[in-house]
Write a protein that binds this ligand. Structure first.
Ligand SMILES: *Cc1c(COP(=O)(O)O)cnc(C)c1O
Length: 398
């Protein structure tokens, strides 16, 4: 199998999305083949021995790796500017690996409060079961990060922009705080996508994605990826992934690889629609606020200008009238679908209070700025005018 000559690092992101990581078999297929195999056979017992001893490169078992996983990992690494990447079965497998691989009993983790629900559970409920303490902070308040870190802190963790209030955290500043105590910064970059924000270039040590979102982008497969330096991957994640087995299926890896080819055009179109939605809804009489990272009125507009290339494919807004108002609005939509997912080719809408953030108490939600009237809109690939007409007609019904 030969790696494509076009997979060089110096091409622009859009070009890397199409070409990086491609490996062709002896048939020289145009589009990457699917390698649905559990294992591999060897020409001789000696070759098998050498492969197992790591003395000869090559595949051994698809829990460890598979050509489709490799192609997906290499394409992601080329896009992210990372030395190394490891694919996982889901975004949560990537997050759990990224955190568990850095700690042992007696260590400490600091994370922002505004986390994807399952990520918050891993930090708050799961890590402490193994003797790893965690502290949650307001991610935008640098003094809180500074105060929370200790000698035994091994990882700092946050997502930016956050779900669902699209707040933005200063990656460079938090990375400095992490490094001052010898800890590593892990950034969940799902909402920004690899196109709009490069945490490693800003000082983060590890980047994780749920590939389920924009990378698939068409509502089909779960997947995830952990990206870092070769040393961090080898020292902290390689054995964990091989031995515990949160491996991505070859078929899903292939779907995600195909998803990457169109990521640039999809995300650009979705961002344009989300920006138009934000501009149309800003100041609307039925709304108490509109949050969009691409607008000048965003509270962290200066940090956004410093660390992001563009706004977001998502826009959140708060409907006056609390849960009843939000539900009337959601039920009046006819094109935009109610769901908990995001980053899809279809425009989707979520009511965080009753879905993704249901587990939190009303006080915890209030602390995060998640009111009962808040909805999160994820722009799809429909004509922007159809989307806007659906949203404004539904607001009229509130
Ligand atoms: C969806 C999501 C995850 C989890 O990903 P899965 O693929 O659903 O396991 C983690 N973090 C963020 C920010 C997400 O949006």
């Amino acid at each position: 199998m030969a790696t494509s000559a076009k997979a060089k690092r110096d091409y622009r992101p859009e070009t890397r999305l199409v070409h990086a990581g491609t490996m062709r078999s002896q048939f020289n297929e145009t589009s990457e083949a699917i390698y649905l195999t559990q294992g591999y056979v060897y020409d001789s017992a000696e070759q098998c021995e050498a492969r197992f001893a790591g003395k000869e490169p090559g595949y051994v078992y698809s829990r460890y790796s598979n050509p489709n996983m490799t192609m997906f990992e290499q394409r992601m690494a080329a896009l992210e500017g990372a030395e190394s990447a490891r694919a996982t079965a889901s975004g949560m497998a990537a997050v759990t690996t990224a955190l568990m691989g850095l700690v042992r009993a007696g260590d400490h983790v600091v994370a922002a409060k505004a986390l994807f629900g399952s990520c918050r559970w891993v930090v708050e409920d799961w890590l402490p079961r193994f003797g790893v303490e965690s502290t949650l902070v307001d991610g935008m308040d640098l003094a809180q990060w500074q105060k929370a870190v200790r000698k035994n802190t091994k990882a700092l963790f946050f997502e930016s922009p956050t779900n669902p209030t699209l707040e933005v955290i200063d990656i460079e500043a938090v990375a400095k705080i992490a490094h001052s105590v010898g800890a590593k910064l892990v950034v969940d970059n799902v909402f920004a996508t690899p196109l709009y924000q490069s945490p490693l270039a800003l000082g983060a040590d590890v980047v994780v994605y749920s590939a389920t979102k924009h990378i698939d982008g068409q509502g089909r497969c779960l997947g995830g990826v952990v990206l870092s330096s070769e040393k961090v991957i080898q020292d902290h994640y390689h054995q964990y992934l091989r031995q515990t087995g949160p491996s991505l299926s070859p078929f899903n890896a292939w779907v995600l690889l195909k998803g990457l080819e169109t990521l640039g055009v999809r995300v650009r179109q979705q961002t344009e629609t989300a920006a138009k939605v934000a501009d149309t809804l800003a100041g609307h009489g039925k709304l108490s606020r509109v949050i969009y990272p691409g607008r000048k009125d965003h509270p962290q507009a200066t940090i956004i200008a410093k660390q992001m290339k563009a706004g977001s494919t998502l826009c959140s807004f708060e409907i006056k009238g609390g849960k009843a108002g939000a539900f009337r609005f959601l039920n009046a939509l006819s094109l935009i679908r109610i769901t908990n997912n995001l980053g899809d080719s279809r425009s989707l809408i979520t009511h965080p209070t009753t879905t993704t953030h249901q587990r939190l108490t009303p006080e915890q939600r209030a602390e995060l700025g998640i009111g009962d009237g808040l909805v999160r809109f994820s722009a799809g690939l429909e004509h922007p005018d159809d989307v806007i007409e659906d949203l404004t007609a539904a607001l009229d019904a509130v």
